[in-house]
Write a protein that binds this ligand. Structure first.
Ligand SMILES: *Cc1c(COP(=O)(O)O)cnc(C)c1O
Length: 449
């Protein structure tokens, strides 16, 4: 075993990893990256087909973003953000407000996706407190939702394999069935349904409106829950219902923000204006950790008061609005403009979708779904009955291993193989990645199933 890997296994504990598995399949030591490729110490490359956990946007080692970070480091690397401020944060807040859905006019910075969600939950809760509606302290979220790994984020996520063990720690929250069309919770067909799956949510809102602070949703795709793409009408209706019943709508755009779905923010497809929007991952194009929670003037004003009225939002993180991260985010937004990133991506998105459609005929491909630069194939043991694979077969692990051999990073979510491509991906890279992925999951590729 390589001496670096030996040392890694001696000292490091990796996320989402059974460290015992690392004996047989050690982590890959990456030394550098450029564009769509990661290079390991031996010079072998891997296509970064999941954008380094969904955050890389313009490719790796982009000269403009790199320069911006270097330049910022020459003047100010960090400063506390209470009582002090700095230009990168001010400029970034202004820019974010200018590109966000209308009505979101205030930016509260943090340093990752989970914290951006915690902040939205706490702001919503305290808003109702500050406005005299103290009973409103519960949240609604969807089955299969994912909103982060902190206790608050987990409390409003769908309970699954990952967080089941922590469930005794969660605060109580309401769950609504998710618009999972392939496994419709109300047994309808997408081609003829009128999103009746939302009825349960409406009942909850109607019956519990006095105790509900907010509904939290990932717009248009439940990402970590299985890349479940859902109808725009669901999101539109959810906004109408939350307004009708006096409940906040929190949109968690941590995974979908910054162009991944083909628009800057996924909520644009539905034209909805949330009360809160959480962003992180792609905000710095994957170069620095940063999070932000955007909200309305109305929410802001409910906290704006004399000190002794105790309406202040007492929350903050040491690295709130880190200047290096803000500089990277500003540079990324410049790249969006200069390189016409969204327009170029939208020329290739149909090519990607057409390619992934071609997977439908594969013997184990139960469902194929996609939005923007995200595409997923839900593998099942039996296509007719939609029966899943036995988890003990560890299909995902087999695919991961095969992917690595063919220069791809496929990290299936259970039996759901997905691609989460950077917006800068080239046509021939899409063709190559789709071809190899097809080969791996077709029986001819030797899934041994
Ligand atoms: C990844 C993710 C989070 C959590 O972000 P972290 O930066 O990993 O804490 C929250 N919400 C959604 C929708 C995500 O995809």
């Amino acid at each position: 075993m390589d001496k670096w890997i030996k040392k890694d296994l001696k000292y490091v504990w990796h996320p989402y990893t059974q460290m015992k598995d690392c004996r047989a399949l050690p982590p890959v030591l990456i030394e550098r990256a450029k564009g769509f490729k990661l290079y390991d110490a031996a010079g072998k490359y891997y296509y970064d087909t999941i954008s380094s956990w969904w955050c890389n946007v313009h490719g790796h080692n982009h000269p403009k973003i790199k320069e911006a970070i270097k330049k910022q480091a020459d003047s100010l690397e960090h400063v506390l953000f209470a009582g002090f401020t700095h230009k990168p944060a001010i400029l970034l807040a202004e820019k974010l407000v200018s590109i966000a859905p209308e009505g979101l006019r205030k930016v509260f910075f943090s340093d990752n996706g989970s914290t951006s969600v915690e902040i939205a939950l706490k702001l919503s809760f305290q808003y109702w407190n500050n406005t005299g509606k103290k009973r409103k302290k519960r949240f609604i979220s969807l089955d299969h939702a994912y909103h982060g790994d902190t206790i608050g984020g987990m409390s409003v996520s769908g309970v699954d394999l990952f967080n089941e063990v922590f469930s005794p720690l969660f605060f109580p929250s309401y769950k609504a069935p998710s618009p999972y069309c392939y496994r419709c919770p109300v047994n309808k067909k997408r081609s003829s349904c009128t999103v009746q799956c939302i009825d349960h949510l409406e009942n909850l809102l109607r019956n519990k409106q006095d105790e509900i602070a907010a509904l939290i949703l990932e717009p248009l795709i439940l990402a970590a829950g299985g890349m479940i793409v859902y109808p725009v009408e669901y999101l539109k209706k959810a906004r109408k219902l939350t307004k009708k019943y006096g409940v906040h709508l929190i949109l968690d755009e941590v995974a979908t923000g910054f162009g991944r779905t083909g628009k800057m923010f996924a909520s644009e497809y539905a034209g909805v204006r949330p009360d809160f929007m959480c962003i992180s991952k792609g905000i710095t194009a994957g170069y620095m950790p940063l999070g932000a929670t955007l909200t309305t003037d109305k929410v802001y004003k409910a906290f704006y008061s004399d000190h002794e009225k105790r309406k202040t939002f007492y929350h903050g993180h040491t690295y709130t609005a880190n200047p290096l991260a803000c500089a990277a985010a500003l540079a990324s937004l410049d790249v969006f403009k200069e390189e016409d990133t969204l327009k170029k991506a939208n020329e290739l998105i149909p090519v990607f979708h057409k390619g992934i459609e071609g997977f439908r005929g594969l013997p184990f491909a139960g469902d194929v779904r996609y939005i923007g630069m995200i595409g997923a194939i839900e593998l099942v043991r039996n296509k007719k009955t939609k029966r899943p694979f036995d988890p003990r077969e560890r299909i995902g692990v087999k695919i991961y291993r095969k992917g690595l051999k063919r220069n791809l990073i496929l990290r299936p979510l259970g039996d759901i193989v997905y691609l989460f491509l950077p917006l800068s991906v080239k046509r021939k890279e899409i063709d190559y990645v789709l071809g190899e992925t097809y080969d791996i999951i077709s029986s001819g590729g030797g899934l041994n199933v």
